[in-house]
Design a protein around this ligand. Structure first.
Ligand code: BYC
Length: 474
């Protein structure tokens, strides 16, 4: 399964054995590079960045580190190794051999899933394109660029599937991926969170913690798919995704560490004094947690979804770690608790598990999100602070699903319009919060130095020291 880097499009799918597909992808490639040039990281295309590049999809040694100019990054097509004898793990086709071609009757559903997944990847690169100008350190800048090139590669992964398996429709969709843009009023990205701006590094760290984690859960569900090429490409994408969430989790931890140091020094938790000292106070961090968590919860779709039920029954999209779950993998009789509105109250009631698959994935996501929050809180605890960060209630600030039309407080109380307006500035980042955070966004580009508002990482990348020159400017 070695990756052939002599090819114009590095791959482990024997692209040269299918000249038509190879030519089609080679004709998409310049459009991709043009998009990267116009909407990828701004003003940094000539810099040398210490990046990792996949050299094989084996678990030992798929990463190779070296200085690369981003436009020269070898974006390619990498699928995990096929599993001999793999069968469809769930739904009506459970136990049948996995599909190597798209079953005609499921073509449009699969197409839709792949397009939705693919659309998020370039969207996040667009959202983050100006951050390089205000990096808090070279270490962070390098991590941003690593994430950006990998999101670009994830787009390649979905574009490969569209080109290889969906004929002309697929080729048109692949072109559309470069024509919709994050936040574009006429041609926005498909899912809400990918049209929100990522205006500064605090938003970016929250995004990589909360929104990339949606990516983990969605990719893990697609990695169970009966359509084997989709499953295999998502399996490999997941190995890259882990680093993105690491950046978010350790990033927020470093922000908290720095805040705690200054709280200790000044013996205060007064937001104004902390802000004056150049760090981000805990209530502000909480408002950003509230925003990014709630926006990411929307990405799981409706609580009760016939789309999700159909994806499952037809074997296209499974549950998180489907094969490790001990049940019949068909869910025709099973129940699952779902939060919903009833008589002006939020209740949690059992309903058909098949309809509740989005909610179930959201449940898994919430548990996982809480783990990192607990780790962040340990930093506060170690510094003797009583303050804690919390995930807001799942019904808070939702735009999709059961709670889209009601106002709910972070602790899960239904509110009147007036109560909501009274509380919103305490619960969600205000313009003033953004303006303050933006004042901190002064670039720090001396190797080993960190901005005032963030602590150093505990170690460097690939065994390098923290003061290694992770990006060389040209
Ligand atoms: N925004 O039955 P429902 C990542 C629509 S992130 C706008 O619940 P379904 C990454 C829905 O389309 C992972 N519209 O829908 C992270 C439907 O429309 P129609 C991305 C929404 O299909 C960071 C209607 O509402 N991958 O990789 O069960 C950086 C009914 O809803 C939204 C995927 O999402 C929304 N949030 O669930 C880079 C996986 N939610 O039919 C990358 C693929 C719902 O009425 N996608 N709607 O016109 C899916 O599995 C599903 O499409 C969803 C939605 C889970 C997103």
């Amino acid at each position: 399964m070695a990756i052939d880097y002599r090819e114009r499009i590095p791959n482990n799918v024997d692209l040269s054995g299918n000249r038509r597909l190879q030519r089609a992808l080679e004709s998409w490639q310049p459009n991709y590079l043009r998009w990267w040039d116009e909407l990828g990281p701004a003003g940094t295309q000539r810099d040398d960045v210490y990046l990792r590049t996949a050299i094989s999809v084996e678990t030992d040694g798929w990463a190779n580190f070296d200085y690369v100019k981003m436009p020269d990054y070898r974006w390619g097509i990498f699928l995990s190794k096929p599993q001999a004898g793999r069968t469809i793990p769930f739904g009506d086709h459970k136990g049948e051999p996995v599909w190597q071609e798209v079953p005609g009757e499921y073509r449009s559903a699969l197409h839709r899933l792949i397009v939705t997944q693919g659309d998020t990847e370039p969207a996040s690169v667009e959202q983050q394109r100006h951050l390089g100008k205000t990096c808090p350190s070279l270490y962070d800048l390098r991590n941003l660029f690593q994430i950006n090139v990998e999101e670009g590669r994830h787009l390649w992964a979905m574009v490969y599937l569209l080109h290889a398996y969906f004929g002309r429709d697929g080729r048109e969709e692949a072109d559309e991926m470069l024509e919709r843009h994050s936040g574009d009023p006429d041609r926005p990205r498909i899912l809400g969170a990918f049209n929100e701006p990522t205006p500064h590094w605090l938003s970016y760290l929250m995004f990589t913690y909360f929104t990339d984690r949606d990516g983990k859960y969605q990719l893990a569900s697609l990695a169970e798919s009966g359509f084997d090429p989709l499953a295999r490409t998502c399996q490999f994408m997941l190995t890259e995704e882990a680093h993105h969430m690491f950046v978010g989790e350790t990033g927020i931890m470093r922000v908290l560490q720095r805040t705690c140091e200054v709280m200790d020094e000044l013996q205060t938790d007064d937001p104004e004094r902390l802000r004056a000292a150049g760090v981000i106070d805990v209530p502000t961090l909480q408002r950003f947690v509230n925003f990014h968590f709630s926006v990411s919860l929307d990405l799981f779709g409706q609580e009760r979804s016939t789309n999700a039920a159909n994806y499952f029954t037809t074997g296209l999209k499974g549950r998180y770690h489907e094969t490790r779950i001990d049940d019949d993998h068909r869910l025709t009789e099973a129940l699952w608790p779902v939060h919903r509105l009833q008589d002006n109250r939020i209740v949690c009631e059992d309903g058909p598990a098949l309809l509740a698959l989005n909610e179930r994935l959201r449940d898994d996501y919430i548990v996982d999100s809480q783990r990192g929050v607990n780790r962040w809180n340990r930093v506060l605890e170690q510094h003797g602070s009583d303050m804690r960060l919390e995930l807001p209630h799942r019904a808070f600030h939702r735009a999709i699903g059961e709670f889209a039309d009601v106002h709910v407080s972070p602790d899960g109380r239904l509110l009147t319009e007036a109560e909501w307006h009274q509380g919103a500035d305490d619960w969600l980042p205000t313009d003033a919060d953004h303006a303050f955070v933006n004042t901190l966004m002064q670039p720090v580009t001396e190797p080993g130095k960190m901005a005032s508002w963030i602590g150093p990482p505990s170690r460097g990348i690939n065994g390098q020291s923290i003061d290694f020159e992770y990006v060389k400017f040209r």
